[in-house]
Design a binder for this molecule. Structure first.
Ligand SMILES: [Zn+2]
Length: 321
């Protein structure tokens, strides 16, 4: 038995401010908690729900029956929708129906996890209740794909953006260190710890070699492999950004600790212009965002290959490469 907010790692001041608002009764009734996956957004939503629903004196005491029921997810005041593939209108309707019933506790919280999975009909059904929320009701929408949510829903909510976690926090939560801990997300660090990330980095290196060598068919073949799962693609985008940063720093003769298996690649990319590196880096940032939408991941990588090839060619005409 415990206060959920005490179990949350990271998000220091922002979390403290939210806790205060929840305790003082000044928390918005519709919140959109967004940001990268695996940084604890859902846990924050649950922690706030516990404070709002608590019937002890400590406003989130962690020991009263109401707090305990929230912790065990058995509270009748906490209505949760957790999407698998899509969140359909029936699930939203059921929650709205439950809100019309007699309220027993201090407040009721509707928590919709992976809110971007709501169908358009589900969003519209929710919209009606967001416009006129029942008294003492709160709606917490959690998502790592803010832009996939209907704009009408977003505009009805107060947006809380969460950033990546610090290396110390990931280290503490996952028990990993070094590069794995620098991923900024517990989910990402755990997935990578369970997978062969050296092989994943080797694929990234090969992909960039196909660009240098103009080997489109090998490049597209790698694109298909990398697109197989989202974690792999996200990893590709993040490590690609780090690679571009390393190339740029190497150009400026700033000492960097590079991976031994990237030394040759960094040397060869060294002759790209600074602008070309920046452009490729920006495409990688954009692709990381797009990876969380419903676009075809293979197509994303193929387009990235073609655009980068173009950037490399222009750079080489300007005297690079
Ligand atoms: Zn309590």
């Amino acid at each position: 038995m415990a206060r959920i907010v005490d179990q949350i790692k990271g998000h220091g001041q922002r979390l403290q401010a939210l806790i205060r608002c929840a305790q003082e009764g000044s928390l918005g009734s519709s919140l959109l908690l967004c940001g990268p996956s695996g940084v604890g957004k859902r846990q924050v939503a649950l922690g706030l729900a516990q404070i709002l629903i608590c019937e002890g004196e400590g406003l989130g005491c962690g020991v009263c029956p109401a707090c305990l029921r929230v912790e065990k997810r058995q509270s009748e005041s906490l209505l949760m929708i957790e999407g698998q593939e899509t969140i359909k209108i029936d699930e939203v309707r059921e929650v709205i129906k439950a809100l019309s019933l007699v309220k027993w506790g201090r407040a009721r919280v509707v928590l919709i996890d992976d809110a971007h999975l709501m169908t358009a009909q589900a969003c519209n059904a929710l919209l009606k209740v967001l416009e006129e929320p029942p008294k003492d009701s709160y709606f917490f929408l959690v998502t790592h794909q803010e832009r996939s949510l209907l704009s009408t829903i977003r505009s009805r909510c107060e947006t809380l953006r969460f950033g990546y976690l610090s290396r110390d926090v990931v280290e503490e939560v996952c028990g990993v260190s070094g590069w794995l801990a620098s991923q900024g997300s517990v989910e990402m660090a755990q997935k990578l710890a369970d997978s062969d990330w050296e092989q994943a980095r080797s694929k990234l290196n090969s992909f960039f070699f196909t660009l240098l060598e103009g080997d489109r068919s090998k490049g597209f073949e790698l694109a298909r492999e990398l697109a197989r799962d989202r974690t792999q693609l996200t990893f590709f985008c993040r490590e690609g950004q780090a690679l571009m940063r390393d190339v740029r720093m190497n150009q400026e003769e700033i000492a960097i600790s590079m991976f031994e298996d990237q030394r040759e690649l960094i040397q060869r990319l060294n002759s790209l212009s600074g602008n070309a590196i920046l452009e490729v880096g920006q495409s990688l940032i954009q692709m990381e965002r797009d990876a969380f939408t419903n676009v075809d991941r293979t197509l994303l990588l193929e387009n990235f290959w073609l655009a980068s090839k173009e950037i490399f060619s222009v750079s080489s005409n300007e005297g690079g490469l």
